[in-house]
Design a protein around this ligand. Structure first.
Ligand SMILES: [Zn+2]
Length: 411
């Protein structure tokens, strides 16, 4: 057994259920609204066992009767669905600049959303004490009984020790004290609930998964393109984590042998072409080579930022469009490669870059569709993130919910 494994058992309203009731709850969550007959087919469980579980779930307020299904001939049968007030989760996104928090109901709808900036002077103690105070008072308002809070999920930047729930030697925080931080014990000690830690891209992938799985999607890739390229992969209903925290490694797949230098010391990585800093570098490089742009008429070259290039492209500046299109094309190549390897049903592409310049998404998709192997037979859909700014935090909350319904211990 892992020496760092915890022996604390956190009890909540779902740990009070037996295996059968938990299984029925999981299926109502996945397939609801649903009738007993529907549940019998899905779960292959006899009606008597199902009736017993349904009664327990109704008594505990975890599900509710949601009308009657009238069929010709027979008696109308009750339709069951998750009771949105039956249980709650908390989702937290830790990025280099913010802590974003949501309290979600049982249907994963955010009931409370808050954002706490991490400034140059902000130490973890200072920021977390503000987060905890706000969270505690809002939980007291939203959650009727403490046992209905089933856990906290954290989607964080890395590097992470996922087993022990620790943010390791993180760089890029505005204050150097964000190092070797035991996120799991911070939250466990304060809220006395199960805490699930994942990297942010995995959490975002999970957020999309719970939205799409009801439509028969079992394999999905989430890409976040901003300062870096991060990816979360779900294959056949399983989140791929590999060994350790590898979300950042997708950005260092080599797509142009001997290509542009990457800060990792190699050449031709995805991140040297597709990200906001890469787009700014490419723009400046082209200007220095002698190309012209309306942007340099109004702003000195060293002050030009990603947002300026997007704004200029929207006003039809030729060079700005060219560098954005080139970046999107390389992103599309990465997407085509991922489709070839993983054959996902959905690819979600989000992050600052496509957010600020939506054509980036379109161009990346066009390239992916063109470059994929056997394109006539690929049925991958492309989408933007379904919950916008809340995607990572809500996804972290969804991870808690999924593992609690399976009765398994997180991470
Ligand atoms: Zn690299």
């Amino acid at each position: 057994m892992d020496p760092s494994a915890r022996d604390t058992i956190f009890e909540n309203i779902l740990t009070e259920l037996d295996e059968n009731a938990l299984y029925v709850l999981e299926n109502i969550h996945k397939h609801g609204p649903v009738t007993i007959t529907g549940l019998m087919e899905i779960t292959q469980t006899p009606r008597t066992t199902l009736n017993r579980s349904i009664k327990v779930l109704l008594d505990k307020g975890l599900i509710k009767q949601d009308g009657l299904e009238t069929s010709t001939g027979g008696r109308p049968s009750a339709i069951f669905n998750i009771n949105e007030d039956g249980f709650y989760t908390v989702g937290v996104e830790l990025s280099h600049t913010n802590i974003h928090v949501v309290i979600c109901d049982a249907l994963m709808e955010p009931l409370w959303i808050a954002d706490f900036p991490i400034l140059e002077k902000s130490t973890p103690d200072e920021v977390f004490s503000r987060v905890f105070a706000a969270l505690q008072s809002n939980l007291a308002e939203v959650v009727s009984e403490p046992r209905r809070l089933i856990g906290v999920g954290i989607g964080s930047v890395g590097p992470l020790d996922l087993k022990r729930g620790i943010l390791l030697n993180a760089s890029s925080f505005p204050n150097p004290s964000w190092q070797n931080l035991n996120l799991r014990s911070l939250f466990e000690d304060r809220f006395n609930v199960r805490v699930h830690i994942a990297n942010g891209a995995s959490a975002a992938a999970m957020c999309e998964y719970v939205r799409y799985v009801t439509h028969g999607v079992h394999s999905l890739v989430f890409f976040n393109v901003g300062v870096s390229v991060r990816a979360g992969v779900i294959s056949s209903d399983t989140l791929l984590t590999g060994d350790g925290d590898r979300e950042g490694s997708y950005g260092h797949l080599i797509i142009v042998p001997g290509g542009r230098p990457c800060y990792c010391g190699r050449y031709g990585c995805v991140e040297a072409y597709t990200t906001a800093p890469a787009i700014v570098r490419a723009f400046k490089h082209e200007i220095r080579k002698g190309k012209s742009s309306s942007l340099v008429d109004v702003k000195s070259l060293d002050k030009i930022q990603f947002g300026d290039i997007c704004a200029a492209a929207k006003k039809n500046d030729g060079l700005s469009i060219e560098v954005l299109r080139d970046a999107a094309t390389h992103m599309g190549l990465l997407m085509a490669n991922m489709i070839n390897v993983l054959n996902p049903q959905v690819i979600v592409l989000g992050g600052t870059v496509p957010d600020r310049f939506p054509d980036y998404f379109e161009w990346a998709v066009q390239t992916a569709e063109k470059m994929v192997y056997n394109s006539g037979q690929v049925r991958c859909q492309f989408a933007t993130p379904s919950m916008g700014r809340n995607t990572i935090a809500a996804g972290a909350a969804a991870m808690v919910l999924l593992s609690a319904m399976k009765g398994s211990d997180p991470s």
